[in-house]
Design a protein. Structure first.
Length: 551
């Protein structure tokens, strides 16, 4: 490894108006080296990387960023434009927003080649096909004419990588390149980056909060917190002996299993442990939800004259069968498009379905009024708390909304007391009356992501349901906040003997929370059983892939 770094950043600061968000950070990257820049949302990692190419609007930059002996921060704009894409390329987090929706992916990649390398149009066209093939896109000659929306998430990210590699850059900045992808695709893209980095001999700066990826990918790690670099070093050494408390918290943020291993409730309402079941003469424990042969079908249009008289169908869920036991978590695991969220909506009575679905011995009705009592038994916590909470309602209105439907006889003061109790139960607010009064009148945008998810949980629990449907409840949260929310859910389950139907693609979350798990792929159930059995001895190849990628 060369003693002279390819990129040497000294005292980099980034300010907006009078607010400094990156505070004089130092780091370097050697040629052919893989470095990870790690931190949670708001740590400053992305704005630091974008600032290297001066891509942050209205930002005041300080310090130096010397690349190949030249300072990128003071380089004339015309010279910097030549560096962008040619010597330093970037892969953005969300390819659907980074790619032009009005141009084919081939034209977008060819544009880079003609502008940066001066290739003729015909030469660029063939080069584009070669690049797409190199990144693993099958039938590249046909896909080159596809628009971004006609590609899958993994294909779009591969097209972004092909565009970044078009001019064979010396340094690749990869900003959360796998965050928007399913777990198996993350592994594929990571392996692709490693292979391309080695074959092209380039350096890579990976910006991420995913420590599993960092452990597999990076030679060195740089940890950022609140705009400061708090620790950096060889990846293996930092993971083995993290020095800074923040790094220690990040590494220790992997979900921990803390659930009661029991199978139901006794007649008096107490938790019945496995050790309490001593004979077959005891009353059977009834599940809170039973699904048998559950099938969900969406109508699809047919081409030609046939479409005038009939429609086709897309089977989103094919014959799912499962039981959710009292006080336990039943996990449904799979990637995007597997049918798991559709299954959750059917369980909530929000989609028509075929087959049998019983909730506490009752079934969903076609009449919304008849379902009111049943809806009190099952509530839902959605993936993104920011979009699931009304921005125009106060905390008191949001959390207390269900009481207006299911307990309309409550007085205003009784209703407020129930809201206060619900907030305290999920760790929001304090017992101080004045402080709680202020909390009740705040709006969702005034809370952090983790606090908003606690609000969503309080809203679901206030009417005292027996079953919560948790649809990716932590995937939009940072790793340390994710762990806190999972600990809260585990605590509430123990205290209230709640049942959870947990929808997720995260194997670590399933491992920490679930008692039983069902694995879905393309609408079909490929495997199910006790969580320890499915994760420790997976029988289906797809399950083995999910578990191996999770590490």
């Amino acid at each position: 490894m060369s003693h002279s770094p390819l990129l040497d950043v000294c005292g980099l600061s980034v300010s907006f108006a009078d607010n400094e968000v990156v505070h004089g950070i130092d780091f370097s990257i050697a040629a052919n080296e893989r470095v990870a820049l790690v931190g949670e949302s708001g740590s400053g990692k992305t704005v630091s990387a974008l600032s290297l190419l001066r891509l942050v609007a209205n930002a005041k930059l300080g310090g130096q960023a010397r690349f190949n002996g030249q300072d990128l921060l003071t380089m004339p704009e015309r010279e910097l434009r030549a560096v962008r894409g040619r010597d330093i390329a970037m892969i953005f987090q969300e390819p659907m927003t980074a790619l032009n929706p009005l141009m084919t992916v081939g034209d977008q990649i060819a544009e880079v080649l003609t502008l940066k390398t001066g290739l003729a149009k015909a030469q660029a066209a063939q080069k584009v096909i070669d690049l797409l093939a190199e990144t693993g896109i099958s039938d590249a000659a046909r896909r080159v004419n596809a628009f971004p929306h006609q590609l899958s998430g993994g294909q779009r990210q591969r097209a972004m990588i092909a565009m970044a590699l078009a001019c064979q850059p010396r340094l690749l900045l990869a900003d959360e390149p796998t965050t928007a992808l399913d777990v198996s695709l993350r592994g594929q893209i990571l392996d692709l980056l490693v292979r391309l980095q080695q074959s092209h001999g380039m350096a890579v700066l990976l910006i991420t909060h995913d420590l599993n990826l960092v452990r597999r990918f990076a030679d060195r790690i740089i940890v950022m917190e609140n705009g400061h670099v708090v620790e950096q070093g060889r990846t293996a050494e930092v993971f083995a002996k993290p020095q800074h408390p923040y790094t220690q918290r990040l590494i220790a943020s992997k979900p921990v299993r803390d659930v009661v291993e029991f199978v139901g409730l006794a007649d008096d309402g107490d938790v019945r442990l496995k050790s309490d079941l001593q004979s077959d003469t005891q009353e059977p424990i009834l599940p809170v939800m039973v699904a048998k042969g559950l099938r969900v079908v969406y109508p699809t249009p047919l081409a030609g004259v046939r479409g005038w008289f009939k429609h086709g169908e897309f089977v989103a869920v094919q014959g799912a069968t499962f039981e959710v036991m009292p006080g336990q978590t039943f996990g449904i695991m799979g990637e995007s498009g597997s049918g798991k969220s559709t299954l959750a909506l059917a369980a909530l009575g929000l989609l028509p379905f075929q087959g049998a679905l019983h909730l506490g011995g009752k079934v969903w009705s076609a009449s919304a009024r008849r379902n009111t009592a049943l809806r009190r038994q099952v509530q839902v916590v959605f993936q993104d708390p920011f979009s699931s909470l009304s921005p125009r309602m106060t905390v008191e209105e949001i959390v207390g909304e269900g009481l207006g439907v299911h307990e309309s006889e409550l007085t205003l003061s009784q209703r407020r007391q129930r809201v206060v109790t619900a907030l305290l139960d999920v760790g929001l607010g304090t017992a101080d009356d004045a402080a709680m009064a202020q909390t009740l009148q705040r709006y969702p945008h005034e809370f952090s992501g983790g606090q908003r998810q606690r609000l969503a949980i309080a809203r679901a629990l206030i009417i005292k349901p027996g079953l919560l449907v948790l649809d990716e409840p932590t995937s939009a949260l940072d790793v340390t906040v994710q762990k806190q929310v999972l600990q809260l859910l585990q605590h509430l389950q123990r205290e209230r003997s709640l049942s959870y139907l947990l929808i997720t693609h995260d194997v670590d979350v399933i491992r920490a929370m679930a008692h039983s798990v069902l694995v879905m792929k393309d609408g079909a159930v490929v495997e199910s059983g006790p969580v320890h059995q499915v994760l420790m001895q997976p029988q289906h190849e797809y399950t083995r892939i999910l578990v191996s990628v999770a590490g």
